[in-house]
Design a protein around this ligand. Structure first.
Ligand SMILES: Cc1cc2nc3c(=O)[nH]c(=O)nc-3n(C[C@H](O)[C@H](O)[C@H](O)COP(=O)(O)OP(=O)(O)OC[C@H]3O[C@@H](n4cnc5c(N)ncnc54)[C@H](O)[C@@H]3O)c2cc1C
Length: 498
């Protein structure tokens, strides 16, 4: 590759969408040098995802970002394939929260920049090669006349969205299905039609919501209409015709501000890592954005990957730690794509799915069924596989592998909670039992990788001591010293020499 300018970095993140931005911040928090390459020069102008779920709100809290976001408005009741679903789950952020994607990106970029992430904007990735011990990327300026750029990095991460160039250049395989059906969508000014929440008409589905700015978002699907191969958005006439057929209103006199069609594509990269190249967010999985899960799933990928990649890129942890990213997030992605496919069937199916919808309606009235789906969509029920190195005879602690819910407790410095202790981004040995033992065992890892936090909580605390990973998942709880040492090695690398 012949280029005019060369940049060196530990980690190259391609794509400054929400996933790339969160990942960049996490990498900086873990101490790794990061360059973010983005073809856009300005902020997102499209209206895209607007829903944050409970687990995403928790992870923003775990980095102290909620204070900057303020309290977003609540998103009202949730749904499962258009059937009302109360998203209540235990925890402080139950339900859904309305934050326009552009605002989420602004928040995350400001945070990542503040932590020292470097941005190269207005450049498009066009080449990627992996050779001994590094990757080399080639980027072309979007504006004519600029110089090409060569970036050398130890690792490159594709956060470049559903048509990921990284995925293609690095030879990742996607498996799944192309779209068979699609929703047409338009943001329209100057119309006055009733709001419609997942209305099923004889010919199709109609959804309309007028926002506080007077703009109405309409979405429609004509039952039985196949998804079309598209290289550009639908015309306004296509949307107005479909809307009139389904809902009966004439919206052709309005002004279309944004037109879009999205299908029920369901595809997932077969591997999330190939050597020194990894994928996260929409680059790793393509889905109908039903119930706003696409963005939340991607942000949670980044939260799982960032601290691991920082530790490996800085040589603090073995390469095997990076493999746990695929091992943990691929099954979560597969499960989410499965629930989205089910929802697409309930939402876009014609009269033939009515019996199924009636059955689901009955099931959703059962408290355990409702709670199960609410926890799944909110992302709070994710439990990563528990380490097999532990005592094979013993039962794993009920918290092991799960994210630790918020629990308030007191320390010598004052009251705090289990989300706040994760803010510096290191691991935490949280000891509410007061014994010297776990703290002593952890000492060879207290070189910045793990902090010991001691406190007291009420008698209802569900544990005495836990080892938390930087993403707030429980690596060990109330087990033996041997298991604690195994968990420390597994998640934080070898002990520091005395
Ligand atoms: C048109 C559209 C409408 C959507 N509507 C909704 C919705 O209503 N509700 C919902 O929940 N979800 C919606 N989504 C999904 C949601 O926006 C995504 O899940 C989310 O943006 C994923 O974040 P990401 O960071 O993985 O990818 P993206 O947000 O797609 O970010 C990828 C970034 O990579 C950059 N990039 C791409 N290729 C290159 C390259 N070669 N070189 C350099 N930079 C590159 C892009 O410019 C972009 O900034 C929508 C998505 C799209 C595309």
């Amino acid at each position: 590759m012949s280029t005019a300018r060369t940049l060196d970095t530990r980690v190259l993140v391609v794509g400054a969408g929400p996933v790339g931005l969160l990942l960049a911040g996490e990498l900086r928090l873990g101490g790794a040098d990061v360059v973010v390459l983005e073809r856009r020069t300005g902020p997102l102008t499209e209206s895209r995802a607007s829903t944050l779920h409970a687990r995403t709100m928790e992870l923003l809290d775990q980095r102290g970002l909620l204070a900057r976001l303020g309290t977003p408005p609540r998103g009202g009741p949730g749904h499962f394939g258009g059937l009302t679903l109360d998203l209540a789950t235990p925890g402080p952020y139950a339900g859904q929260w309305k934050v326009p994607q552009a605002r989420t990106e602004e928040l995350l970029e400001e945070w990542a920049r503040g932590l020292g992430a470097r941005f190269v904007k207005g450049y498009r990735l066009t080449g990627l090669e992996e050779s001994d011990g590094h990757v080399e990327a080639l980027a072309e300026p979007e504006a004519p006349g600029g110089e090409r750029l060569r970036i050398r990095a130890a690792y490159a991460i594709g956060c470049d969205g559903e048509s990921s160039t990284v995925r293609e250049l690095a030879g990742f395989r996607l498996s799944g299905q192309d779209a068979t059906r699609e929703l047409l969508r338009a943001d329209v000014a100057g119309i006055d039609i009733p709001d419609r929440r997942f209305e099923r008409h004889p010919g199709g589905l109609a959804i309309a919501h007028r926002g506080p700015d007077g703009v109405t978002r309409v979405m429609t699907h004509v039952y039985g209409a196949p998804a079309r191969p598209r290289t550009r958005p639908p015309s306004f006439a296509e949307v107005t015709d479909a809307w009139q057929r389904v809902a009966g209103d004439d919206i052709g006199g309005g002004t279309p501000l944004w037109l879009n069609a999205f299908g029920d594509t369901r595809r997932q990269a077969e591997e999330y890592r190939r050597g020194r190249v990894l994928l996260a967010g929409d680059a790793a999985h393509q889905q109908l954005p039903a119930g706003g899960q696409a963005l939340n799933l991607g942000l949670q990928d980044a939260f799982n990957l960032g601290w691991k990649l920082a530790a490996v890129a800085l040589g603090r942890a073995p390469e095997s730690l990076l493999d746990t990213y695929h091992a943990e997030r691929h099954p979560v992605g597969r499960r989410t794509l499965g629930n989205i496919a089910t929802q697409a069937h309930l939402l876009l199916g014609g009269p033939e799915v009515e019996p199924l919808r009636e059955l689901f309606t009955e099931l959703l009235r059962l408290p355990p069924a409702r709670a199960h789906l609410a926890a799944m969509i909110s992302g709070v029920d994710v439990r990563y596989p528990v380490d097999a190195e532990g005592d094979p005879e013993g039962e794993p602690h009920p918290l092991a592998g799960s994210r630790l819910p918020r629990l308030r407790f007191d320390t010598e410095a004052g009251p705090t909670d289990t989300f706040a202790v994760s803010r510096p981004g290191s691991g935490v040995l949280l000891d509410l039992a007061g014994g010297p033992r776990p703290g002593r065992t952890v000492t060879p890892w207290t070189d910045g990788r793990v902090r010991v936090v001691r406190g007291t909580a009420g008698p209802d605390a569900p544990f005495g001591a836990v080892l938390l990973r930087p993403d707030g998942h429980v690596a060990w709880a109330d087990g033996t010293d041997r298991d604690l040492r195994a968990a420390l090695r597994r998640w934080f690398g070898p002990p520091q020499r005395p």
